[in-house]
Design a protein around this ligand. Sequence first.
Ligand code: UT7
Length: 372
Amino acid sequence: MSPYAHITGWGMAVPEHILTNDDLAQRIDTSDEWITSRTGIHQRHIASRDQTTASLAVQASIHALESAGLSPGELDLIIVSTSSPEYLFPATACLVQDRLGASKAGAFDLLAACSGFIYALIISTQSIRSGDIQNALIIGSETLSRMVNWKDRNTSVLFGDGAGAFVLQAQEERGGIISSVMRSDGSGGDLLILPAGGSAMPASPETVLNHQHYVQMNGREVFRFASRVMAQATEEVVKKVQLTMDDVHLVIPHQANQRIIESALKSLNLPIERCMINLDRYGNTSTASIPIATCEAIQQGRLKPGDNVVFVGFGAGLTWGAALAVWSGLIPGAPKHVLPLHFKLYARLQSIIRRFLRHIDALIWGRHNPPI
Ligand code: UT7
């Protein structure tokens, strides 16, 4: 029988610096009243100069590994979902792998915008259920503040920085992710786009002058699309396992806009008490929003083992998806002596040694081989 993929660890990390709506109103033509009434957002966290998508991802991962009682060396797979990677390549996931010292893990980035964490959840579940791997770490991490035009009031008021991570582990008993849907519609790709810097529009002085390295969005269209698919995907994932909305204890949606969430809840006929909302304090942290909201739901005691929880998201692409989990909670008896922070120091040392050995190897190789 194929094993189930249980969520056994979780963690989050947000930058210390908070930017309030009033702070924004001092810079651009907006107001706390407009932002609050149209989005529900009061403030967002913004990365400092020395914080990046990888550094936030590592912080969140360490908390997730600690709660699961798993050492980085036991990981088979690391997926970083992000739209604000450190580089086009190498993958941010490989930087995270190196900084954690997860020497057995394959690592790659996944780009499905704000739906990315749901996609990562589904892909890692499928890898575990196939029997191919035992332990996966999935991370949603963003520093979109670096890609937003701070003079554009249509987008700059929405986004915040942060990271959230889950550990998934193979276990025989039924639980974890039991149902999922992934969807896309590329015909809406232009509705939410960062136009320049890729192969279609390589970086040039013109692209910089024309602000084409910033997020551009048709807010109204994205709003309409999101309100429709959030409810549809939630219903679909629930029906797939012959459940009804009455069986769902908590919905954890992508935290983009309070009005989008309320409209989805109305279509689902679900009371707001059964939905986790924390966008007022974090803004839209894109792919990080679902794991961050999950961590807070756990802190608030809103998830207990055996609960049915639906994660649902939408984003650029267009993409959307949902996953239904039977919440596992912490594994009883998971080792408590795992100290991922120590692993982080060990990982640094390991990385330095690997670089040094590569250097020696190149010298030896050069002695025995003619120049290319
Ligand atoms: O993770 C996915 C990412 N994206 C989203 O989830 C975005 C989905 N869309 C939305 O959340 C909403 O469409 C927004 C919050 C972006 C905008 O709200 P809206 O109710 O759709 O406003 P709107 O775009 O229709 O604009 C209404 C008015 C416009 O003025 P006029 O043309 O009516 O005079 C805008 O220029 O509000 C104006 N406006 C603002 N005013 C003050 C737009 N942004 C601002 C602002 N402050 N920040």
